[in-house]
Design a protein around this ligand. Structure first.
Ligand code: FES
Length: 102
């Protein structure tokens, strides 16, 4: 594993999504029930940043065509998205969020 420091935990809002870039890769970070999750930051359907979308429970709705993904698994849940999102392991240490994007 190759942990990369992504953001301070306090910068994430509960039930929110935030975009970061790690080694040139866009990553979306979510804070759900006190736990942090990470997915690829761009929708698998077209070029839309998921951090501009809408978090509803454990799902993220894409801002462009309203495709929905499960945040925890990355699974594509409804049309027009058919390809799952990449997800990444996350750990929190000393108030910082680390993501393994390898
Ligand atoms: Fe996300 Fe089309 S770009 S649903």
């Amino acid at each position: 594993m190759a942990w990369r420091k992504a953001i301070a935990l306090e910068e994430l809002k509960p039930n929110g999504v935030r975009s970061v870039e790690i080694d040139g890769k866009p990553v979306a970070l979510y804070l759900l029930g006190g736990e942090v999750f990470a997915t690829h930051g761009i929708c698998t359907h077209a070029l839309a940043f998921l951090a501009d979308g809408f978090v509803d429970g454990d799902t993220i709705e894409c801002p462009l065509h309203q495709g929905i993904f499960d945040i925890r698994s990355g699974k594509a849940l409804c049309s027009p998205v058919t390809k799952d999102l990449e997800t990444y392991a996350v750990k929190v240490a000393d108030g910082e969020v680390f993501v393994d994007i390898d």
